[in-house]
Design a protein around this ligand. Sequence first.
Ligand code: THG
Length: 389
Amino acid sequence: MQDNILLKSNNTKLGATPMDGHVNFTLSDRLRKSPYYEATLKAGAKTFTLYNHMIMPTSYEGAEADYWNLINNVTMWDVAAERQVEIIGGDAYKFVEYITSRDLSKLQIGQGKYALITDENGGIINDPIILKLAENHFWLSIADSDVLLWTRGLVCGLGWDVQISEPDVSPLAIQGPNHLPLMIDLFGDWVKDIKYFFFKEVELEGIPLIVQKSGWSKQGGFELYLRDGSKGQKLWDIVATAGKKYDIKPGTPNNIERVESGLFSWGNDMDINSNPLELPLANFCQLDKEADYLSRNALHRIRSEGITKKLVGLVVEGDAFIGGCASPWQVKSGNKICGKVTSAAYSPRLKINMAMATLDKGFNDIDSEVEVETPWGKRLGKVSPIPFN
Ligand code: THG
């Protein structure tokens, strides 16, 4: 906590504002560029984060203006940093079942499922969408952790017939309530009927794509998985040009919208020290599934012993938060530390301060009251259901 305050005041001396936690990065090859990188700069991307070792835009006009563009109309996002881990080979299906507690036995070719990748202790390694491209051919569309290294390491130990690599695939998301006419213009009427997380392999003006009904917002939309990075600028231009008619705006995964909608961010709201039972994601775990999986013993033990903390929503009193939660905020009850806030935003629609917090047993029941140490002082918080809207 103290370190972060020092860091913030140092940043202020360097010219950044103290609250938003922005810093300037020195660029080099390690900070990989997306195939849409130049396009996003030209479109006015203002802030960036690092995700899977790749630079990803996080705002254009500012978090709130970007939020309204997403809520009211349609936006296009460079989410190339949602990298794919490709799993192929005679044991690929067995292996994909092995790394998650989600039952994948009914996953169809052309379908995706959200799943938690867990380790031998039940700790969460990542929360990807798993896409089944063919029998024994999968992509893990990953959040920000080194799944390529984790899975390759596992296969070294297991000695199974599995080949794992990062293919040249870079998603571009189209999100917002008015996405459909644009999608129909681009791809045709079939997009109307496709179900959530299903996808189709298509070509658009010679650009190889996978088009999936998905995206990290609850405003509706698709993701175009570009399968040739050299065509990033061309794809961006095609979508931007077709989108003019609908007043499309450049956008990014939006912190305000995703907290409202209860979408969790790996590395913030969960990590290797959390387990799936602490998250409100029971539908995504089948601990008694038939297939063998690495974390079975650990998750069964945690289930029988009971969890000690839980991820919940908090509605926090007082003035509107400015920005999000750049480092965890302590949560207390009396003098006792009982958890931490890991994501936060003021909702301009709901007119409340929202937070996601991991709280100890005894403090996480709905309507419980706690004190939150925000950057603007101590505030009363009330445990509430997720999503907020
Ligand atoms: N799209 C793609 N890859 C991704 C993300 C994405 N990789 C990183 C990250 N996002 C992975 N995490 C999530 C988390 C939630 C969802 C998708 C990816 C999501 N969840 C819905 C929910 O929780 O309500 C729907 C889940 C369901 O009904 O199955 O969409 O966004 N390509």
